[in-house]
Ligand binder design. Structure first.
Ligand code: THU
Length: 134
């Protein structure tokens, strides 16, 4: 993936982080999902007083894309105030696997400028998939 596009996705994720609703963890996260059509959807984490209902930034961004009928995701960037690059949780990796096209790139970053890029398949080797339901 082009360096400029990586930078743009990180910038969008960082901006989206400002909208995080995270009064319980006080840990704001931003994300950006790039679709095959070339659109970029932003997302933030959205928590709830019933903690288990909280939604991660990555899933917010992906669900926004899906709800606009853009169901092929090529890359997801995530930014948090972590010591190293912010790593997506397993639930978000599973959701990425559902909508991935090609070698979905996961771009993990923090506020200090650390960036780690991996293919989804490296982070989640054996997702549960459609075929498993047959
Ligand atoms: N969180 C995300 O939004 N994305 C991640 O990659 C890690 C965790 C959120 C979930 C929760 O709102 C807060 O960060 C603390 O776990």
């Amino acid at each position: 993936m082009e360096k400029e596009l990586v930078k743009e996705l990180i910038a969008v994720a960082k901006e989206a982080r400002q909208a995080a609703y995270a009064p319980y963890s006080d840990f704001a996260v931003g994300a950006a999902a790039l679709t095959k059509q070339g659109s970029i959807y932003s997302g933030c984490n959205i928590e709830n007083a019933a903690y288990g209902l909280s939604n991660c930034a990555e899933r917010t961004a992906i669900f926004k894309a899906i709800s606009e009928q853009e169901v092929e995701i090529e890359a997801v960037a995530v930014v948090g105030a972590t010591a190293g690059p912010c790593i997506p949780c397993g639930a978000c990796l599973q959701v990425m696997a559902e909508f991935r096209v090609g070698k979905l790139q996961v771009i993990m970053a923090n506020l200090k400028g650390d960036v780690l890029i991996k293919e989804l398949a490296e982070l989640l080797t054996t997702p549960f998939a459609k075929e498993d339901l047959e």
